[in-house]
Design a protein around this ligand. Structure first.
Ligand code: CA
Length: 730
């Protein structure tokens, strides 16, 4: 059954919604939140380019027939199906051994680099951290232009997962960028100049954009993030030429007293309890979308609940639609068509924002168009693309939150111990909030029939936060991060570290089983690309960029990228030569929040670059700098044990998500154990309360901390530094 909640069939519901479309479109969000939203500002700086644009001349027919131009990479997942499969074959099993660097460029920011470049008619367009954009000659590496949207540094505090950006969309001479601070910007692809810019969010709320826009039928579709901080998720469609808002679809219901935007929200509200709208509810669409032109359906991947802990968000439970769901929408008007929920009653940060791939598989002897997803919860789903009917699922790595998936309904069979509540002991749930698979793109090769998934292996001790209350700062999710902290005891620490790993998994989606796998020492490795040359490319957090035989997993080629890789590679062709390109530069949430666990296998620090390879390339990287580690001895601990313990709680709530679990940085942001700032009372107050480093993203926390709590926080940092110095001599 496709509808577990909706009494109407998908198509009849569509018809009902068409009748109420006037309501849904009025104010593009009806009575949800628009009255509190900042005005949608438009700046038009120049006339839009002619329909026959010379640069980024992408249109519907080129996108629909992308396979006729295999040398291009015109949209985020190369084609609307988001398979990340390239038909190019010059670089193949036999020739890949001769692959070498053709050109490289250093980037101007050393934060996480997560973007998939576009390559259109010989020009490469990419985004970097802080939502910056660059254009290069894709054959020579010559920089053509650069654009910086000047994201305010203080917006970084709203980003759960680093100041990253995952890419652009291209259409009719323009490029489209979502900025960290919630703007959708159209750029002239020839010059990099702004054509128009819109705020897509209520700027009084902690929304961010890190995902790539998609373009369907001349509309730019963009979502957002923020479900760690109490927002309500939605996607919006804008006219690509004018930037005018076309439709908006919320993913979770708002305040019932204000009326629902559409029938889908009214019915979804029946699956919620309490006053969830006061907490935001979550369900942000922060990464994946796909489109099927035959069915004319837009698929969006919906995120976790806000706050995470369902006992606070929706007391008494409920499925909480459309959290953790794939939702199919009509791209013309944003009407709901169907949904499939992967984690009903989500409480572990199990998003379904992971990549959605559309493909035709042979199921029980007949071709069937499906959508496939490997969401955070660790199960691989195959769903009917037209109806949303559940076809099959199986876990692609070890999980303990569920014992399996009901073959009839597609619902998980939960392990009751995993569902922590408002009180109780921590339970180590596998996978943890990092997910068994996160945003790192997977790829599907129709020739091998395999999906190549960058898998994370790790758990997380979920414990309720008894002091939970909604507030505008901090990682505030009804989960006690201090209770989850990695203990200093070397034996316990070693045992926990031994449970963390990564794996490149080649998954048969029909048989629902692993065909081959490559083990990695740590979690959080790069996205994948697969090609008709019989190859899979993947970078790792420890800086290896490698090509594997797509059928067997044999490693055929690799190089030292000198820095960790999380982004996915692309491939393209210019003048008969095939290139492979990948952004390098370690970062993202995997490099920040897990602290010492993140550092397993990591290459630090971050040297952000774009690396481009071809057969017989003659470029080379400069020698890798050897950095001497400077570890500043901490001042002696004078605070009471009680103050240190209170400081531990404050650190877990406000600091750890960026500066690392248990005050152990994994190398991207400053390690507070060895920083002069927390060692000095005055400097610490200047930064944490005074906002002295706001421009770098370290904002003032004076809305949630005062001088007294600050001193407890500082005491905990000094205690941790002393503890590690004593045990490890650091
Ligand atoms: Ca999340």
């Amino acid at each position: 059954m496709i509808q577990r909640v909706f009494p109407l069939s998908a198509r009849s519901l569509s018809a009902v919604m068409a009748i109420t479309a006037g309501l849904a479109l009025a104010g593009c969000g009806g009575s949800g939140e628009p009255e509190t939203e900042a005005p949608l500002e438009t700046t038009v700086k120049e006339t839009p380019p002619s329909p026959q644009a010379e640069h980024a001349n992408v249109n519907t027919s080129r996108l629909l027939e992308a396979d006729r131009e295999p040398g291009q990479w015109m949209s985020h997942g190369r084609t609307y199906s988001e398979q990340r499969f390239s038909p190019l074959t010059e670089i193949n099993r036999e020739t890949v051994g001769e692959l070498s660097l053709a050109w490289h460029q250093d980037l101007d920011t050393n934060r996480g680099q997560e973007a998939t470049p576009l390559v259109i008619d010989g020009v490469m367009y990419l985004t970097t951290a802080w939502s910056k954009v660059k254009a290069y000659d894709a054959a020579t590496g010559e920089e053509l232009w650069a654009y910086d949207p000047q994201v305010p540094g203080e917006w970084a505090v709203h980003a759960c997962c680093d100041v990253v950006n995952r890419g652009l969309a291209a259409w009719n001479g323009k490029l489209y960028l979502g900025t960290l601070d919630g703007r959708l910007v159209a750029l002239d692809a020839e010059t990099g100049e702004e054509v128009w810019s819109k705020f897509t969010i209520d700027r009084s709320k902690p929304y961010t954009i890190t995902g790539a826009p998609r373009i369907v039928k001349g509309k730019v579709i963009i979502g957002n993030g923020g479900a760690e901080f109490g927002v309500r998720g939605y996607v919006t469609a804008y006219d690509a030429e004018t930037g005018d808002i076309d439709w908006r679809f919320y993913t979770v219901p708002g305040d019932p007293a204000k009326g629902f935007e559409n029938d889908a929200m009214a019915i979804a509200a029946q699956t919620w309890n309490g006053e969830w709208w006061k907490l935001g509810g979550g369900g942000t669409v922060w990464d994946s979308m796909a489109y099927d032109p035959e069915l004319d359906l837009l698929y969006i991947g919906v995120g976790n609940g806000s706050p995470w802990n369902q006992a606070f968000r929706s007391p008494g439970g409920g499925d909480n639609l459309f959290l953790s769901s794939i939702v199919a929408l009509d791209p013309d008007n944003g009407d709901y068509v169907w949904h499939f929920q992967t984690t009903p009653g989500e409480t572990w940060d199990f998003t379904a924002t992971q990549q959605i791939i559309v493909a035709t598989l042979e199921i029980e002897g007949a071709p069937r168009k499906v959508v496939m997803q490997a969401p955070k919860n660790g199960f691989f789903y195959v769903i009917d693309a037209e109806t949303g009917e559940f076809i099959s699922a199986n876990n692609f790595t070890h999980v303990n939150w569920a014992t399996g998936i009901d073959p009839e309904t597609g619902r998980p069979v939960e392990n009751p111990q995993a569902r922590f509540d408002k009180t109780g002991e921590p339970f180590v749930v596998v996978p943890g909030p990092g997910g068994a698979h996160s945003w790192h793109p997977m790829s599907y090769n129709p020739q091998t029939g395999l999906v190549y998934i960058p898998v994370n292996i790790s758990g997380f001790p979920y414990a309720p936060d008894p002091d939970f209350e909604p507030e505008p700062r901090g990682f505030n999710n009804g989960v006690n991060f201090a209770a989850a902290e990695l203990p200093a005891d070397p034996e316990v620490k070693a045992a926990v570290k031994a449970t963390v790993a990564g794996r490149l998994v080649a998954w048969d989606p029909v048989a629902q089983k692993e065909v081959w796998g490559v083990p990695y020492p740590g979690a959080g490795n790069g996205g994948t690309l697969t090609t008709a040359g019989g190859l899979v490319f993947e970078g790792t957090k420890y800086g290896e960029f490698a090509a594997y035989d797509a059928a067997t997993g044999d490693k055929l080629w690799s190089m030292d990228a000198q820095t960790g890789i999380v982004a996915a590679p692309v491939t393209y062709e210019i003048d008969g030569e095939q290139y492979v390109a990948v952004l390098v530069g370690w970062g993202g949430v995997e490099a920040l929040a897990p602290g010492e666990l993140a550092a397993i296998g990591a290459t630090t620090p971050n040297y952000s670059r774009i690396l481009v390879f071809k057969i017989g390339g003659t470029d080379s990287l400069p020698p890798k700098p050897q950095l001497a580690e400077k570890r500043l001895a901490p001042p002696p601990l004078t605070a009471s044990a009680e103050d240190v313990e209170e400081g531990r709680y404050l650190y877990g709530r406000y600091c750890g998500v960026c500066h690392g679990d248990a005050v152990h940085s994994a190398g991207v942001l400053p390690d507070l154990r060895y920083s002069t700032i927390p060692h000095d009372e005055e400097q610490f107050a200047n930064v944490v309360l005074g906002g002295a480093l706001s421009e770098k993203g370290m904002v003032s926390f004076n809305s949630v901390l005062d001088e007294e709590s600050l001193e407890k926080l500082r005491a905990y940092i000094i205690a941790r530094a002393n503890e590690d110095q004593e045990i490890y001599g650091q």
